[in-house]
Design a protein. Structure first.
Length: 253
């Protein structure tokens, strides 16, 4: 039995990813900060015949992470797939695409974004590594964004750079670097770790309503984004590690 943990799995891309991994036979731990929302999401996934179990997991709370790791280890000493999906974007509402002003973003806002998007992913990875090391094919996917690509952010032809997301963009750039660092440390193990941008997805990540974005040009569905993530969460043994991918292949950092 393949086991997988998806953080931030109660909605959006995280929910769709948990369901996608369950559909290919994984037992999925549905990680969510909210017990109510997490249990509801798990019930929906289980209604499809998928083996899923809710686990309370706030990636910004070290006690919550430690408790989740203990509970999972008690259930099974092996974790095969970790998807660090939990993330926030608080500088922008993508309904009107009002650009952020880097000179005015408060340090408190930046710290909040980094706590979830970077430190949370690192903390969960560190906590789950002992179980991942016991897997015959450990896979870690850090859900990133093209807004974290320095190459794209400095390309005058790339229109999304105008969103100017200091916190979100820089936190995802840092996550891409953390992915490379972990990959080097794990180079002599079976574990592969990659950063993956699922694309521009119609979710409520930035405070917009997903239903307001669905079907608009340029927005993919959560299921389409989940397909990209699941692809790298189930890489073959000769697959890459430490790289940054999008829906159409490798991206420049």
């Amino acid at each position: 039995m393949i086991t997988a943990l998806v953080t931030g799995a109660n909605k959006g891309v995280g929910f769709a990813t948990a369901r996608a991994l369950g559909r290919v036979g994984a037992k999925v731990w549905v990680g969510a900060r909210s017990t109510e929302l997490g249990r509801n999401a798990t019930e929906r996934i289980c209604s499809e015949g998928i083996d899923a179990e809710f686990i309370q997991l706030d990636v910004t709370d070290s006690a919550s992470i430690a408790a989740a790791a203990r509970r999972m280890a008690d259930s099974s000493p092996v974790l095969d797939i970790l998807v660090n999906n939990a993330g926030i974007m608080t500088e922008l509402n993508v309904v009107d695409f009002t650009p952020s002003q880097a000179g005015l973003v408060s340090l408190d806002t930046l710290r909040k974004i980094y706590e979830t998007n970077l430190f949370g992913a690192i903390a969960v990875t560190q906590a789950m590594l002992p179980m991942l090391r016991k897997s015959l094919r450990g896979r870690i996917v850090n859900v990133s964004s093209r807004l974290g690509s320095i190459a794209l952010q400095t390309d005058e032809r790339w229109a999304p750079r105008a969103l100017n997301q200091l916190g979100y963009g820089s936190s995802k750039a840092a996550l891409n670097m953390a992915t490379a660092i972990f990959s080097y440390e794990l180079r002599n193990t079976r574990i592969k770790i990659n950063a993956v941008s699922p694309g521009t997805i119609a979710t409520d990540l930035s405070g917009a309503k997903a239903e307001d974005l669905a079907g608009k040009p340029g927005f993919a569905s959560p299921d389409q984004g989940a397909e990209v993530i699941a692809r790298y969460a189930t890489l073959a043994d000769d697959g890459p590690s430490g790289r940054f991918f999008g829906p159409d292949g490798e991206l420049e950092r």
